[in-house]
Design a binder for this molecule. Structure first.
Ligand code: FES
Ligand SMILES: [Fe+2]
Length: 456
């Protein structure tokens, strides 16, 4: 690990470029119209990088994951040379799906219909009665239809557009922001997937604003500075955005609620790093810097070697990112709250919502992991649960978020909904809708620049 100077550690995050907003009113048909959803599919979903799989869940050659997005199903398979390839989950004989389970391990993909054998690299090596094909032996003429695939932070991203820019260019400033956390080494500790009766954008709109925190999450007692006045919002040219909230000290909101105190969550965090909350009586706002110093000192010896790569604010504070088009995440020094909505295959008024959590699993660390769905043992094997909205809890804060969404979806069908009226702190919503329209209008993806083509 590189050790940096005190100034480097103390430096605040650099601002991203702030693209100018056009003032989208976000009309209701965007959430209800099949015609609009079809345009989204043709012009946007099939042309952007999509976060789909996880590298460490397919460690051996022949291990695969299958994920569905809209009408598509994508297979991601580990190759003999250690690389990963992605394919449409469709047999080139007559279109049958090759796999139906979300993960597995195979020598080859054998089609359940007529038994054609597709190797994990996409070659066809067996077709029944191969001599009977007037156009020639299918094994000589066919391969599985491949999808562009790259990895970052341990996640497998795919892009259905063969002419797309590379993933690093697509992610823009997110790439450098995330690299120091070594998220590729983190493990999944929560995997709840719910089928929701709302358009996918209803979910992402919610995760693009924190204006709802005081009303939807009244319990948020927080050691996170939720108020927009102390929050930094950044938007990138690529269509992503970032919100930086200070944490590790009492929220200024407490001043309006009868006094600054160290509440349970913060007290627990202090104790976790061998600090005594009682020592901070009368100087409660000093906890953030004290925690940073303590985490810097104790982190590496407790197995968090990558803390040496993080800036001070990254140790205590919470960053919330939105990756265009459908992924949001809160990134903590030791937690990654994965929030993703995938469109339904045919119905614009349904989506699939993933509420997952990743955390580091350093050797020797046995403290349980605090996830959005409760406390999980560090060595737990986490099962992926898939259910209908309301059937099971997604964890309190996310239940609260999702509880408001079906009502909003109904509102979008009303003649009385005339468009949004947004405070600045919700401008990230407007921005991503404007980026979405740029795809639909054919302005994105921009053609690759000469240096990008040359670098590939
Ligand atoms: S559809 Fe796959 S072998 Fe016939
Ligand atoms: Fe929320």
């Amino acid at each position: 690990m590189t050790k940096h100077t005190a100034d480097w550690y103390a430096a605040p995050p650099a601002r991203w470029p702030q693209p100018v907003l056009k003032g989208h009113t976000i009309p209701g048909y965007r959430y209800t119209s099949k015609a609009f959803a079809d345009q989204e599919w043709e012009k946007m979903w099939t042309k952007t990088w999509l976060l789909l799989g996880r590298e460490d869940e397919i460690p051996e050659p022949g291990d695969y994951q299958m994920e569905e997005i809209g009408p598509e199903s994508i297979i991601m398979a580990r190759q003999h040379d250690g690389s990963i390839k992605a394919f449409y989950n469709v047999c080139q004989h007559r279109g049958a799906r090759l796999v139906f389970n979300e993960a597995g391990s195979v020598d080859a993909f054998t089609c359940p219909y007529h038994g054609w054998r597709w190797e994990i690299d996409g070659r066809l090596t067996y077709a029944q009665d191969a001599e009977d094909f007037p156009e020639g032996d299918p094994c000589k003429n066919l391969v599985l239809e491949e999808v562009r695939c790259e990895t970052f932070a341990g996640f497998i991203f795919v892009n259905m557009d063969p002419d797309c820019v590379g993933l690093k260019d697509y992610l823009g400033p997110v790439w450098d922001d995330w690299a120091p956390y070594e998220i590729h080494t983190w493990k999944r500790y929560l995997a709840l997937t719910a089928r929701l009766p709302v358009n996918w954008k209803v979910v992402l709109d919610n995760f693009n604003e924190s204006y709802h925190l005081p009303t939807v999450h009244p319990q948020a007692e927080s050691s996170v500075e939720e108020n927009y006045r102390w929050t930094q919002f950044d938007m990138s040219e690529e269509g992503h955005n970032r919100m930086w909230m200070r944490a590790g000290a009492p929220s200024h909101i407490l001043e309006t609620k009868g006094g600054v105190t160290i509440l349970d969550g913060l007290a627990q965090q202090l104790r976790q790093w061998d600090l005594d909350p009682a020592d901070f009586a009368g100087r409660e706002y000093e906890t953030r810097e004290a925690l940073q110093r303590q985490m810097r000192k104790l982190g590496p010896e407790r197995g968090y070697a990558y803390f040496d790569n993080l800036r001070d604010h990254q140790l205590t504070d919470v960053y919330h990112y939105f990756l265009f088009p459908n992924f949001a995440v809160s990134v903590w020094a030791d937690g990654f709250h994965f929030l993703r909505a995938r469109p339904h295959a045919t119905d614009p008024e349904q989506c699939v919502f993933d509420n997952w959590w990743y955390a580091p699993a350093p050797e020797g660390v046995t403290t349980p992991v605090m996830t959005a769905g409760g406390i999980v043992e560090r060595d737990a094997e986490v099962e992926h649960e898939v259910f209908d909205f309301g059937e099971k809890s997604l964890g309190v804060p996310i239940d609260q978020d999702m509880a408001v969404t079906p009502g909003q979806q109904k509102g979008f069908r009303s003649r009385g909904y005339t468009g949004v009226y947004l405070p600045r702190q919700e401008h990230r919503i407007r921005r991503y809708h404007e980026v979405l329209d740029e795809y639909i209008e054919g302005k994105r993806p921009a053609p690759r620049l000469a240096h990008q083509v040359a670098a590939e």
